[in-house]
Write a protein that binds this ligand. Structure first.
Ligand code: AMP
Length: 484
């Protein structure tokens, strides 16, 4: 049997109409696999990642199923749990898009937004409640929410929930919802903790699995670009790249491995008068949404992001991806460059590589089964400058005596720091309620880093061992190792 049409999946006429308006013609594999079972009221275990159309795979059957009936005050009829506020907001957009022929009451419970408005929406009765776990439990504890009326529960991005330490919350929430509910469960991967969770909370689920891409799209031109190892060298390499690509560059995502590097690079780009925004876990909700919206609407050209902040975000049509850092996990490379070249368009992906990145590059080439071309000669064509191998990532960077004897990096850092402090002040979190989710998000990023460091790379020295008191201008002799 070939691919079914949307009409063959059993969706209601109103939903089909909205799908047609959205311009979708053929269901994606996860949609074709999951929708008929979800409509039949079965539990579904969907193994699929973002970009596969998995959101519609649960949103469409849910809207069809809740067409009849009304919500009661404080008793939502369905609950969708999302690990981050952006993902929750994205799911809300999907409900609005596919529910355009319905009068759905949708409530979004996420951190960073006042409780009052959320309370009002709950009070009105929600057909669809979309929430991050922390904020949902906050509402529950305040007595504003009863979960005994939930007929359909969706747990989305479960493996990310695990990364972020949300599993105990999820377990607690599952126990607050009637056993007779339908559960739709989605995860990109199935680590043992997630399997255990599905065994505990799903009943005879239908398993629908969609292949994880390990290959990169042929329509994306990939190049690796050599750079000396210092942060400022890498920044200069990046700036040159962006300028060289200017004619073709519509918009770009620039990936860094760590949060601190996202901020630092963002400040530097602003200082150099690039049209840039940043996305990382510590920003407040409004600032993140505004950045994302600006980028989607084409008002912002460059978006600096970490994997954690960007994962799962639906940002269509990006012309370029720049990897400021080589990703430590090879799969992240596939994810990152999958941001460009969508829907058959052509895209370009550049990865800045320093000497210490060789093994990560090898892992990427092994995973994707292809050798990536160098843009302009490989690392052997770099001069071997002793200073070059100084730590390149993170705070406490060494190095500043630069060409011409100027303390260029120090100066740059000082100016950008001043600017950025203002920006940072703005994005200072103000609401207590937001803190919970944010702390977890930050912990997740930290844990992620710790795992990565533990498992795969030497600790980043510059994080902890940089001598204090020298600012940006640490003299070279301080970097000579002493014998114990
Ligand atoms: P998701 O995996 O849910 O994040 O969806 C990824 C992207 O695919 C979103 O931009 C959707 O709007 C789009 N999409 C979802 N279903 C379809 C479909 N059947 N055909 C084409 N695009 C789709």
């Amino acid at each position: 049997m070939g691919t079914p049409t949307f009409a063959e999946l059993g969706l209601s006429t109103k939903v089909l109409d909205a799908v047609t308006s959205a311009g979708y013609e053929t269901p994606t594999p996860i949609q074709a696999g999951a929708i008929p079972h979800a409509l039949a009221g079965k539990d579904v275990l969907g193994i699929a990642q973002t970009g596969t159309g998995k959101t519609a795979a649960f949103v469409l059957p849910m809207i069809s199923r809740i067409e009849k009936g009304r919500a009661r005050a404080r008793m939502p009829r369905t609950l969708i749990l999302e690990p981050t506020r952006e993902l929750a907001a994205q799911v809300e957009e999907n409900f609005i898009k596919y529910g355009k022929n319905h009068r759905l009451n949708i409530a979004l419970l996420i951190g960073g937004v006042s409780f009052d408005e959320q309370d009002r929406k709950l009070e009105r009765g929600a057909d669809v409640l979309i929430a991050t776990p922390g904020r949902l439990l906050d509402h529950f504890e305040r007595g504003k929410l009863l979960l005994t009326g939930v007929d359909i529960l969706v747990i989305d991005e479960a493996d990310r929930m695990l990364d972020m330490g949300f599993i105990p919350d999820i377990e607690r929430i599952c126990k607050l919802i009637p056993f007779t509910r339908q559960t739709l469960f989605f995860s990109a991967t199935m680590p043992p903790e997630i399997t255990k969770l599905t065994e505990q909370f799903l009943q005879a689920p239908v398993r629908v699995e969609v292949a994880r891409p390990s290959t990169t799209a042929a329509n994306v031109t990939q190049r690796i670009v050599k750079s000396k190892g210092k942060a400022w060298d890498k920044r200069e390499t990046l700036r040159n790249l962006i300028r060289a690509e200017e004619a073709e560059l519509k918009n770009a995502i620039i990936f860094c491995n760590r949060k601190v590097d996202v901020s630092e690079l963002f400040r530097s780009l602003i200082k150099h008068e690039f049209d840039a925004g940043a996305l990382h876990g510590d920003m407040d909700q409004r600032a993140r949404m505004a950045t994302l919206e600006g980028f989607r609407a084409g008002k912002l050209k460059l978006l600096v992001a970490s994997d954690v902040a960007a994962r799962g975000l639906d940002i269509p049509d990006v012309s370029h991806v720049f990897n400021f850092d080589v990703p430590i996990h090879a799969e992240d490379y596939v994810h990152r460059i999958g941001r460009t070249g969508r829907a058959g368009r052509s895209g370009k992906a550049f990865t800045i590589v320093t000497r210490s990145d060789q093994k990560y590059l090898d892992a990427i080439e092994k995973l994707t089964g292809q050798d990536i071309e160098w843009l302009d000669g490989d690392l052997t064509s770099l001069s071997t400058d002793a200073e070059d191998e100084a730590p390149a990532r993170g705070r406490g960077r060494s190095g500043s005596k630069t060409r011409g004897g100027k303390t260029r990096d120090a100066k740059e850092a000082k100016e950008t720091r001043e600017k950025a402090e203002k920006a940072a002040d703005k994005s200072e979190r103000t609401e207590k309620s937001e803190r919970k989710d944010n702390i977890r998000e930050a912990n997740a990023a930290r844990a992620d880093n710790a795992d990565r460091k533990r498992g795969q790379r030497k600790p980043d020295k510059e994080d902890g061992d940089a001598p204090l008191g020298f600012g940006e201008d640490m003299p070279d002799f301080m970097k000579i190792a002493i014998r114990a």
